[in-house]
Design a protein around this ligand. Structure first.
Ligand code: THG
Length: 265
């Protein structure tokens, strides 16, 4: 499982204030904590700072990369913010994300063309959020084909079928899971990714729903997630699911986690 650490996101109250005040040490700490606990990419999102998003985004990237040896997952719908961010980012970033929405799609393609960037293809269009597997696959098809035509390697594409709250419809968990499975069947070598916590929006005891849904998605082939690597119970579920699916040779990761006390809670 390729883990993208989600915690540096201005939609979180505490982080919002730390970004606003450019509190270097606080952001550095959250970056280091996530990296030490298994995040390969550090998501950075300054989306709530309208008009100042690019400035804060650049500062976040520099702060993260001065403190951890990891690329960022540049989390913004705005292609101009991505372009600004790329001026300071070192190494090969993950772009979060391209979608079929007008303005986003056509302005993002020239930025991505021929690069080795990891690209999240978010299943969203001007028709709004997709609900069924078929709606998701239609958007995914469109995005994957156009990315490949623009010289993005299939191994660098991360399709996000978009998790939606189970409280909005009983079928929404199932449709999401089926789309993960269908995407892996259709495109050999592709990756899938998602932000899991949306599934439990509006219901109590969100953690157990998030963890259970994660395990179900891993069974369908999910191989990357935007998540909190400091959430020990979630990390244990991921590790255990992968071990039981034969994706952890000689149970090495599982046994290491056990020895480090990471399965004790
Ligand atoms: N897909 C893609 N990108 C995404 C998402 C996605 N980026 C943003 C988001 N969804 C994933 N990131 C986060 C970051 C933080 C939190 C949730 C998702 C979080 N949420 C707290 C909660 O849910 O209880 C509340 C926030 C708070 O602390 O105030 O921490 O789906 N491609």
């Amino acid at each position: 499982m390729l883990i993208v650490g989600e915690l540096i996101n201005a939609s979180r109250k505490k982080i919002r204030e730390e970004i606003r005040e450019k509190n270097y040490d606080a952001i550095a700490e959250v970056a280091k904590d996530q990296h030490e606990n298994g995040a390969c990419y550090i998501d950075v999102n300054a989306g709530i700072f309208v008009g100042k998003e690019a400035d804060y985004m650049k500062w976040l990237i520099q702060t993260v990369q001065e403190n951890v040896d990891a690329p960022c997952c540049i989390d913004t719908p705005d292609p101009q913010v991505i372009e600004e961010a790329l001026k300071v980012h070192k190494g090969t970033p993950m772009i979060n994300s391209i979608s079929l929405e007008k303005g986003r799609y056509e302005n993002m393609i020239p930025v991505l063309r021929g690069t080795d960037f990891k690209v999240i293809a978010l299943c969203m269009s001007d028709e709004g959020m997709p609900h069924t597997k078929d709606e998701r696959l239609k958007i995914a098809d469109n995005l994957v084909n156009s990315l490949v035509k623009n010289d993005i390697k299939i191994e660098n594409i991360f399709v996000d079928p978009l998790v939606q709250p189970i409280g909005s419809g009983d079928h929404l968990g199932r449709e999401f899971l089926d789309s993960i499975e269908a995407i892996h069947e259709r495109y050999e070598g592709i990756n899938t990714i998602c932000g899991m916590s949306n599934i439990s929006f509006g219901i109590p005891k969100r953690g157990v729903a998030n963890r259970t849904f994660m395990v179900m998605a891993i069974t369908k082939g999910l191989n990357s997630a935007i998540m909190n690597p400091l959430d020990q119970k979630m990390m244990a579920s991921v590790l255990t699911a992968e071990m039981l699916l034969g994706k952890d040779q000689f149970c090495e990761n599982y046994m290491n986690a056990y020895r480090e006390g990471k399965l004790d809670f």
